[in-house]
Write a new protein. Structure first.
Length: 1030
């Protein structure tokens, strides 16, 4: 027997018979009677009246009596007729059940009751109307058009500014250049949006010669059609508004609520900032929004029941959902979260279909299942792979990114293919040896020495083909001639009567022909990886030198990695994977993703490791040539991987590269800070203006509050359901729970996975989740102002309209306050400081001028170049100034000069600063400097410009020819003669540029602190190159 669950206990039909029956059982002490009452309270009319005496907003319907067609049951469910009838029918002669004619009070349930019973046997959802967005009233389309035009005005306004590279335009603009030139590159994102950006640039006449290398690089002088390229993300941002409007209409929201939701998207500062630049996030959010619209429309058709299944509208929106998933995943892998959202809700739909035994047979359910498999799995995968097929067709030439790919992949690029080479490797073969694990760099040496350790010739891993990659394979002893005497010389094996194969376990010497040295290792620590288990690898010897025992390496074939039976027994080109074990120390030739410094051209380190990992110690031979191997010898080459092989390899490289972006960034953030809008991203700063990515705080905080409110509601609802409270018998309650929960789930699936990522993350990663949160916000708003009984607007839209207009007005007000950061408009220090609510909103208000009039009267100052590091002067008492070398700025200042010279401003202050740093770039305080005075020599390494300001606090630009003697003597230093070859005496004869000091590396370290606050591109978009990784 069930235990009652508190005072909310009810049965499934929604009446209160459970608690009353249980009360009767306790009072009468008769379990049988209590059970009888619990199963049919009509046995006791008095208790029936009690059950319906609770307060209610509507009269209780009359109790339905058993009709003549109902099947009789036992006594417990079929009471005596005179006891079950209402009091108005008592005293009449009961008629036999078969002949009884039902009275009006006992007539069958009205059509409404029948309809309700029918709905309970179908998967059709209660309270759902047909919200087909193709059948909306004409006024709704006018509203949709209006919000689209408004979005266009907001997004395109001054899209031409700034006219220089901003944030990750460095990467995605650069990728467009490579698409146009067909140069292969490697990026962590799928190619669709990048190809569309390149297409818009190509259609606008872009030739791909601009490299987008640095933030702030000018677009105008080289004639880059950057406005056209920015229009594609802008169009995606414009499309968000009608997508939001139609999505809210599809889920049943009122037109005013839908218009409010579209307005929130239009006036969201973060989405605006992203939509005005050559970035991927605006296309990503637009694709996510389209997918949400399509799936919402399909869900509406599905919930209308069997009558709508497999109809044209049903199929159309299901196909569009699959297409949207393919588009979203083809822009960024964040689309996988959208796939997870659609997949989770699809599983719920299929589960509900299983429960409808009346309308859904096993055959029909299988049809539903296969339709979803085709549309939501086959279509997205096909579209995704098709985008990579186009990607491969566009990028047919070698580029900086091909070093990330395997040799088989690289061989498919133009001019990267390799001729067939001899399959068998023999003594005396001239070979190139490639590393297996780190994108296939070549074992390499060059005539440069290690600055530390043994100071012998360097051994590195180099990603490109080069003559310095060629090694001659020698036996540990010289071959014997016919007379039994050793044949000397490196060409001794060319004179043998037959080639000698190199078998597993053979001991070799590797002779570097270009420099006449042999591969060598000894118990000396490497220059970078100074671990005890790592030994230095060098090239040692000279021409004619026989070498020593430290030149011996044993071949150890790794059979499970080699292809073919012969390749497992002896060395074969390409097919055999092997290790080289140093005979004297037992270490293995090893390489990993560690770069050597500038003295080795930043090539990859090669060491000899004891206990090194297998993948990092695997090698194979790519090039093989020997005079004794004629044209008729067996040849091999790389296998063509085909499309599927290239596709799968690129996915793996993208995944590894994406997971490897773990270094910190000046403007990165973690997911827990996104919903509260803790900080933004500095995109660009120049000419006393700034672009800083920050969201609309009203919208962000309102959406976050919506999520919290729904989670609390869901928690309370589950507790009440557990206590048998029948809240879910209310259609409004169920729809509120399911509809808002659908989009809260979308928010969660686009937000919480970022907690699992250790890579660099930025605020813009939250935008897809924000879009779902805005949908949930608008749905909750619509329920609270228009759909939940008791608010007063169920029959009138007044409350809904007033509330929507009020909330949208507040959001627009917040938008206008922070709009200068999105557009890069002029702003004042005072206005900036007033709206900077938190210290973590770390844009710099000092970048802006005091008044708007100052922008038109003062020379433009480059904000990005004003934050620089200072270093000590040669003379401790001297002052050092930075040379302003910005040619573009000089030109702008030149054009801004008036026809008549203005009166000279009065100099009231000069900001001077000298910073002392040690050899590692660490700033020394005054006490440390005093202690070091007289003990060390201070050297000038870097100079900063001293700012001269007038009595208004405005900076006075340095006139041509430098400052007057009176001002210079007051502490404004002239250019240092040894900086950048300014002093002609320091420039070498012959016009050679002056070289930087040898200890410039320490100077660069000192500059890092000042560089930290500048706008920098995100590493996630950084092009992956062989040089950068190797």
């Amino acid at each position: 027997m069930r235990r009652p669950r508190g005072h909310c206990g009810r049965d499934a039909s929604g009446d209160r018979s459970w608690s009353r029956a249980n009360t009767g059982e306790r009072r009468n002490g008769n379990p049988t009677l209590g059970k009888l009452v619990r199963e049919d309270p009509r046995l006791f009319p008095s208790r029936l009246s009690l059950n319906h005496s609770f307060p209610s907003t509507t009269p209780a319907p009359p109790q339905r009596r058993q009709g003549p067609t109902d099947r009789p049951t036992d006594l417990r469910t079929q009471p005596p007729r005179d006891m079950a009838r209402p009091s108005s029918s008592r005293g009449k002669s009961p008629q036999p059940p078969p002949a009884q004619k039902p009275s009006p009070a006992t007539s069958p349930a009205p059509p409404k009751s029948k309809a309700k019973a029918k709905k309970n046997t179908s998967y059709k959802s209660d309270g759902v109307a047909d919200n087909d967005v193709f059948l909306l009233p004409g006024s709704d389309y006018v509203v949709a058009l209006g919000v689209t035009v408004l979005a266009a005005l907001v997004r395109i306004f001054r899209i031409y500014q700034p006219s220089s590279v901003v944030f990750d335009e460095v990467h995605f603009g650069g990728f467009a250049s490579k698409y146009i030139k067909g140069k292969f590159f490697m990026d962590v994102h799928p190619p669709l949006a990048k190809m569309l950006i390149a297409l818009t640039g190509w259609l606008a006449g872009f030739d791909g010669n601009f490299d987008f290398k640095d933030i702030g690089k000018d677009y105008l002088e080289p004639g880059v059609p950057y406005v056209a390229m920015r229009m594609f993300p802008a169009l995606c941002g414009i499309a968000l508004a009608p997508f939001m409007f139609l999505t809210l209409k599809a889920v049943g929201c009122r037109t005013m609520t839908s218009a409010m939701g579209a307005g929130l998207i239009v006036f969201e500062n973060g989405l605006l900032t992203q939509a005005r630049l050559i970035l991927l996030d605006s296309p990503l959010v637009a694709a996510t929004a389209f997918t949400a619209l399509a799936f919402s429309c399909f869900t509406n058709q599905h919930e209308l029941g069997p009558a709508k299944a497999f109809q044209p509208a049903w199929w159309f929106w299901l196909v569009m959902t699959g297409l949207g998933l393919g588009i979203t995943a083809s822009i960024k892998w964040v689309g996988l979260f959208t796939i997870a959202w659609v997949g989770a809700l699809t599983l719920v739909q299929l589960w509900v279909l299983l429960g409808d035994n009346k309308n859904v047979t096993l055959r029909i359910w299988a049809k539903h299942f296969m339709a979803r498999v085709f549309c939501l799995i086959v279509i997205p995968i096909t579209f995704y792979m098709a985008m990579f097929a186009i990607h491969f067709v566009c990028l047919v030439n070698p580029g900086d990114g091909d070093g990330f790919m395997s040799s088989e992949f690289q061989a498919t690029l133009n001019s990267k293919g390799m001729k067939d080479v001899a399959a068998d490797v023999v003594l005396g073969s001239r070979v190139s040896i490639r590393h297996v694990n780190t994108q296939g760099g070549y074992l390499h040496s060059h005539p440069l020495m290690y600055p530390t350790g043994s100071k012998q010739q360097q051994i590195t891993l180099y990603p490109h083909k080069d003559d310095n990659n060629v090694w001659l394979l020698e036996n540990q002893t010289q071959p014997l001639g016919i007379d039994g005497q050793p044949i000397n010389g490196t060409d001794a094996w060319d004179k043998l009567p037959a080639p000698e194969y190199i078998k597993d376990g053979a001991v070799l010497r590797l002779y570097h022909q270009p420099t006449h040295r042999r591969l060598h290792s000894h118990d000396v620590r490497p220059p970078i990886t100074e671990a005890d288990w790592q030994n230095e690898v060098s090239a040692y010897g000279f021409e004619g030198f026989e070498g020593d025992a430290n030149d011996y390496f044993r071949v150890e074939i790794v059979k499970k990695k080699s292809d073919g039976a012969i390749a497992k027994e002896r060395l074969r080109t390409i097919e055999t994977k092997f290790r080289l074990v140093h005979v004297m120390t037992g270490c293995v030739l090893f390489s990993h993703k560690v770069k050597l410094p500038d003295w080795a051209s930043e090539q990859q380190e090669v060491t000899c490791a004891r206990g090194g990992s297998m993948p990092n110690s695997l090698w194979y031979i790519e090039y093989n040539e020997h005079p004794l191997l004629g044209e008729d010898t067996e040849k091999v080459n790389y296998r063509n991987p085909g499309f599927f092989g290239k596709f799968w390899e690129l996915q793996q490289v993208m995944w590894r590269t994406n997971a490897g972006l773990t270094e910190s960034h000046a403007w990165d953030s973690r997911p827990e800070s996104w919903p509260i809008l803790r900080r933004g991203i500095n995109f660009w700063g120049k000419h006393n203006t700034q672009i800083y990515l920050i969201g609309n705080p009203i919208i962000w905080w309102a959406t976050s509050l919506t999520i919290v409110v729904w989670v609390l509601f869901k928690g309370i609802a589950v507790l009440r359901w557990q206590r048998s409270c029948n809240d879910y018998s209310s259609t409004t309650f169920k729809r509120f729970d399911y509809e808002i929960g659908t989009y809260v789930l979308g928010w969660a699936l686009h937000y919480f996975p970022f907690y699992l990522m250790q890579r660099q993350l930025f605020l813009h990663h939250y935008f897809p989740a924000l879009y779902f949160a805005v949908i949930a916000l608008c749905q909750m708003f619509d329920y609270l102002t228009a759909r939940i009984p008791g608010v007063g607007s169920r029959d009138s839209a007044v409350v809904n309209k007033i509330a929507a207009v009020s909330f949208l007005a507040v959001s627009i007000a917040a938008f206008t306050l922070y709009a200068p950061l999105a557009y890069g408009n002029h702003w004042t220090k005072g206005e900036c400081s007033r709206v900077k609510l938190f210290n973590t909103w770390d844009w710099d208000c000092n970048n802006f001028l005091d008044t708007y009039e100052a922008y038109s009267s003062q020379h433009v100052v480059d904000v990005s170049s004003s934050v620089t590091g200072a270093v000590p002067t040669a003379d401790v008492s001297g002052n050092v100034g930075e040379l302003d070398k910005d040619a573009a700025q000089d030109k702008a200042n030149e054009e801004a000069k008036p026809s008549s010279p203005p009166p000279e401003p009065k100099v009231v202050s000069k900001e001077e600063r000298i910073e002392y740093r040690d050899q590692d770039g660490n700033i020394l305080n005054e006490e440390q400097v005093k202690e070091l005075e007289g003990k060390v020599e201070f050297k000038t390494k870097y100079e900063t410009r001293t700012r001269v300001v007038d009595d208004m606090g405005k900076e006075i630009p340095m006139p041509e020819g430098g400052w007057p003697a009176d001002i210079a003597g007051a502490g404004v230093a002239p250019p240092h003669p040894d900086v950048e070859g300014v002093d002609k005496e320091t420039v070498k004869a012959g016009g050679d540029a002056a070289k930087p000091p040898q200890d410039a590396a320490a100077s660069r370290d000192g500059e890092k602190e000042s560089e930290w606050s500048k706008a920098k591109p995100a590493s996630e978009g950084q092009e992956a190159t062989g040089r950068d990784e190797l």
